[in-house]
Design a protein around this ligand. Sequence first.
Ligand code: ADP
Ligand code: MG
Length: 238
Amino acid sequence: MKQIQLKQVSKHFGNVEVIPPLDLQIDEGEFVVFVGPSGCGKSTLLRLIAGLEDVTAGQILINGQDATINPPSKRGLAMVFQSYALYPHMSVRKNISFPLRMAGMDKAEQARRVEDAAKVLNLTDYLDRRPGQLSGGQRQRVAIGRAIVREPTAFLFDEPLSNLDAALRVGMRLEISELHKRLATTMIYVTHDQVEAMTMADKIVVLQAGVIEQVGSPLELYHSPCNTFVAGFIGSPK
Ligand code: ADP
Ligand code: MG
């Protein structure tokens, strides 16, 4: 089922057209990676889907409903920020439940969701610690926990691992892939790292200067790149 659909969506900042009109469809349960060089519009595209930026033109449908002018809180999506977006003075439990407290959710339901998320993320023993008392990987899991408790239609990740060291990054990639299998929820993941894209994605969207160059599985892109940009980009990891 088509879960997220972009129809002729474009974005201008002032008179600069950062994203010319594009179409994109994301199916329920897919792990989709937006990949491309720095400045190509990956974050902007993700922020348009999240509702953190308004489209200049076009339409965004979520679960068949027009969500183009809905605020982020009405889209049912959860953005996972880098772990440094955690509140240092709050416990892990308070960090994870933060969006639920903001929404005024019943306390017992909050507690149930936090316990469930902590179990999935192996954070049960760390709920009373502060972020500063955790490893980088654990902190990133807390940031993911804060998204899980909202039970979103889809998770949106913007380079969540780029401030982790290389060894940790490999481990977290596996953890996020595992999480995707377990939750079977749609994930849209932005990265400039070709290896991340090739190892994690069901579907890769290759962007250059705001234009979708190709959409396909890692194997399709590897074996049948549609142009020299895709061939060069996928073929030569940096
Ligand atoms: P990426 O995430 O692929 O590195 P971005 O989506 O952040 O790329 O940026 C795409 C282009 O849009 C860049 O040229 C960037 O400078 C520009 N841009 C992004 N956000 C803004 C903004 N708020 N105002 C003006 N220009 C922006
Ligand atoms: Mg970016």
